[in-house]
Design a protein around this ligand. Sequence first.
Ligand SMILES: C[S@@+](CC[C@H](N)C(=O)[O-])C[C@H]1O[C@@H](n2cnc3c(N)ncnc32)[C@H](O)[C@@H]1O
Length: 392
Amino acid sequence: MRQAMVTALRDEGLITTHRVAAAMNAVPRHDFAPGEPLEKVYQTNTTLVPKIDGQGRQTSVVSASHIQAIQLEQADVGPGMKVLEIGSGGYNAALIAEIVGPTGSVTTVDIDADIVDRARAGLHRAGYEQVNVVLADAEHGVAAYAPYDRIIVTVGAWDIPPAWLDQLTPNGRIVVPLRFAGITRLVAFDRAPGRSVLAASNYRLGSFVPMQGDGAASEQLIPVTPDVGLRLDQDSALTFDVPALRKALHTKPVERWSGTPFDMPDELELYLLTSGPEMPLIHAAQAAIDQGVVNRTVRIGTPTLVRGGTLAYRIKRENPQTVSGYETGVIAHGPDAEQVSGELLAMIRAWAGGYYRRGAAHIIYHPHTGDTSGLTGWHTTKRHGVLAVTWP
Ligand SMILES: C[S@@+](CC[C@H](N)C(=O)[O-])C[C@H]1O[C@@H](n2cnc3c(N)ncnc32)[C@H](O)[C@@H]1O
C-alpha cells in the first residue's frame, strides 16, 4: 500500500525527486494514525486522526500525503540539514528525518499537548526518536535548536513572524501555507540575495487548519442577505453599501462571456485577487444557489468586483471551442452591471492573454524591519511585514 501511494503521487507529478519517494516508501504512515483503517491511511488525499474543538472545527490532522509531498518537494530538503517543522503529527517529521539522515536534525513544534504526545508515540513506534518534539506556540519559533536550513510550516499562517526569520540560516527556505486576500497558497520563500526580503515564485493551491496562539487571525464575513456574504481579511478597510447590494442581488443580472478558456481556476483567482482593486470573495449557502440568486460557482468562494451598489463575479460554461473545453464569463448585478462586468472581463482576458498556464506570479514578503514605503503594485500589510504580488 505504501508503494502504491508513492506510485500514485509520482503519477500525479507531486513527487518529483528520489529523496521524497524514498522517504515516503520508508516511513510506516499507519504508525502515526492509530485506529484509522489501512486503506484510508494510504490514500493520497485523506487527512487522518482529526482533532475537533468544541465548535466542531478541526484543529489538527495528519495532513493528506499529497500535501506533504508538495511541501517536501517545495522545501528541497537534503542530507545533513537542520529542519524545523511547525505543526506536528509525527509522520511528516519522520519523512524529514529520513531525508536529512544521521548528520541532520529535525525539530517539530505543536501548541497542543495531545498532539505532541501522539506525535512522540508515533515517532517512538516507527523508530524516529531522534526527532525533537517541542510543546510551544510556534509564533516564537524554537530557538533551542536554531538556526534552521528549512522551516516547513504545516498549519495555515497569516503572517511570517520575526522569530522564523531570525532562526533561518542566510540561505534558508521557508515553506508556508500563507493566507492572503482570502486565499491560502503553499509558498516556498527564499531570502533574496543581499536583501532582507523573502521571494517566491513556487506556489501551489492547498489548505490547512488555521494557526492558533499569538499568530491566529480571523476574517470578516459581511452578510449581504442571510444566505450570501462577502469575505474579507480581518484588517481590510473595504466597506460596502450592503442595502444597495442586497437590492442588486434580487434584480436580473447581466451575463457576459470572455471567449477565453477556463481552467486552473486557482491561478485565475490569484490573478484577480492580486493584480487590481481589492476584492472580497462572495460565498453563498446552498439555499441561495437553489433559489437562483447566485450561480453555483459562488459556493466555495469567488473573487468579486464591487463598485457601489453593483457586484460582478466569475462563472464558467462548457465551450468545446476553447482549449480547456470551458469558457470563463461574468455575472453582474446592479445598476452599473454593464460597466463593472466589462471591468472584470478585461481582467480575465488580460490573464488569459498574458499569464494562462504560466504560474507567473512573484510573491515577495518585506519584513517591517526594512523600508516598505516605496512599494508599488498590489500589496497587503500584515502584522510583521508587507506581502506584495507582481505579475511580470
Ligand atoms: C495539519 S496539523 C500538522 C500535521 C503534521 N505536520 C503531519 O505530520 O501531518 C497542524 C498542527 O498545527 C498545530 N498548531 C496550530 N497553531 C499552532 C501554533 N501557533 N504553534 C504550533 N503549532 C500550532 C495544531 O495543533 C495542529 O496539530
